[in-house]
Ligand binder design. Structure first.
Ligand code: NAI
Length: 452
């Protein structure tokens, strides 16, 4: 590996949720960063100095880095990769119809990079890939007859808190068989750590005294750590949802149950939240990708199939619970509040809110939907019969039922009078289990939660 005396130049391939966040933050840490994005529409937005998705604190970081000349957004491999000492790949890894990971973009990016990377430059995989992918990419690099060290450096940021998570990370995992390359990748995050409080100031996000762990592993372990982390979180959610269904039958409150269960330090309270199930661009595909990896290597991951099955039932479960309370849903007017897959983002990939809204339409319901950040993105996947409103107030006009489908603070932190003053509806479905049930019941609303 080439010894570097100045900070390396970095290219990030794929300026999506992960790549753009990473590129913007590294561009504020002393690095010269190229963000390579082939999607012309996305690229133009980024070049204009903002993000194409909503993420707290990100826009100002993009704008200032572009103005300072430390971040260059381009569609050109030729203009970026040959100058770079480290190339991060954060291209998309959607799922194939059979649930396995679609690695088309991963291999396209690696193939192009291998041709243009200078000898000794390091290739770093941030995309979530099935175990064994790095070994295949290394074989591809070997065919180029070039010395390109390969490091798996999975990403753990959460949309909605992506800037904070990247600055104040719990852990950096770097796996590979070239010790120097693993150290160099770790060094990038140490450099970021030096600047993190200053970057938080620019982004006007909260700071933390978080001490992050650096974990070096072998290549296959690093790849497996990422999907295993998401799989475990998905298991916890589906576990909570299974207990929620039982709670509904026996008259328990799953929030009370999980508060007490999660108070056991061996278990922990996080992700034991029952509700309309998980969605987004990661969990659903990462779980199906893990199941597919199991199949490929002859290991039956029945536990993950069960988690997936439970999750798939949840949007319908919410609707069924409501329809049992009302005589007939057909002809009713319902407000669906929340179309992003979770609060803090405009991302609507596999959003349960959208699936609830569309299912209601198929049952003859008139749906009025609103999301503070995701209306535009959701419009591409919503049934055309859904009326998208420009404010929460408008969504609440003349409705029979309110459904809270995303845990945005403006929906869940309201006093019940916020709703009772704006609508005659007295039925509220808390599909995220985040409302204070008792205050809503005391205010005269019929409260329907998931397992409560
Ligand atoms: P995304 O779809 O928003 O971004 C990927 C970008 O790569 C797109 O803008 C696409 O145009 C670009 N791209 C496609 N082919 C390319 C190529 N050959 N060269 C350069 N760019 C190319 O995806 P997102 O959400 O950023 O995810 C990226 C990876 O990170 C995925 O593997 C995902 O599983 C993983 N991840 C995502 C997290 C998230 O919260 N979104 C969190 C942790 C990991």
């Amino acid at each position: 590996m080439t010894e570097l005396t100045t900070l390396p130049t970095i290219t990030v391939l794929g300026a999506g949720y992960v790549g753009l966040t990473t590129a913007a933050l590294l561009a504020h840490s002393g690095y010269m960063v190229y963000a390579v994005e082939p999607n012309e529409e996305r690229l133009q937005v980024i070049q204009s100095g903002v993000s194409f998705f909503y993420e707290d604190g990100l826009d100002v970081l993009i704008k200032t880095a572009i103005d300072n000349g430390t971040l260059i957004a381009t569609s050109s491999y030729q203009a970026s990769i040959p100058k770079s000492h480290i190339v991060f790949s954060s291209v998309g890894t959607p799922d194939n119809p059979d649930g396995s990971s679609n690695l088309t973009y991963v291999f396209a990016a690696a193939t192009e990079a291998a041709k243009l990377m200078p000898e000794g430059a390091i290739y770093v995989q941030k995309s979530t890939v099935p175990v064994g992918t790095g070994t295949r990419i290394k074989q591809l690099f070997a065919q180029e007859n070039k010395q390109i060290p390969y490091v798996s450096n999975p990403e753990f940021l959460r949309e909605g808190t992506a800037v904070f998570d990247t600055l104040y990370f719990d852990r950096v995992v770097a796996g590979g068989d070239d010790f120097g390359a693993v150290q160099a990748v770790t060094g990038v995050y140490k450099q970021l750590e030096l600047h993190r409080d200053d970057i938080a100031d620019i982004a006007t996000i909260k700071k933390s005294r978080q001490v992050g762990h650096y974990i070096s592993t072998n290549l296959n372990s690093a790849e497996l750590i990422k999907v295993t982390s998401n799989a475990f979180l998905a298991l916890k959610i589906s576990f909570a949802n299974s207990i929620a269904k039982l709670s509904d039958v026996v008259g328990a409150d799953v929030v009370e149950v999980m508060d007490a269960v999660g108070a056991d330090k061996r278990i922990g309270r996080a992700f034991l939240n029952a509700g309309r199930g998980y969605g987004g661009g990661c969990f659903p595909k990462d779980i199906s990708g893990l199941i597919a990896s199991g199949k490929e290597y002859g290991v039956d991951l029945a536990i993950m199939k069960a988690a997936q099955d439970v999750n798939n039932t949840m949007p319908t479960y919410v609707i069924d619970k409501l329809s049992k309370k009302l005589d007939n849903l057909s002809g009713k007017k319902i407000a669906v509040l929340g179309l992003a897959f979770k609060a803090g983002t405009s991302d609507t990939r596999r959003s349960p809110g959208i699936s609830i809204a569309n299912s209601l339409v198929s049952l003859g319901v008139n749906v009025q939907a609103f999301d503070p950040k995701a209306n535009e993105e959701a419009s591409h996947n919503l049934d055309p019969a859904v009326i998208i409103t420009s404010s929460i107030e408008e969504a609440l006009i003349n409705i029979d039922v309110i459904i809270i489908a995303t845990d945005w603070p403006e929906f869940i932190k309201q006093d019940p009078s916020f709703y009772t003053n704006r609508t005659t509806s007295r039925v509220i479905v808390d599909a995220v289990n985040k409302l204070d049930k008792h205050s809503y019941v005391s205010a005269g609303l019929q409260y329907i939660g998931v397992g409560r």
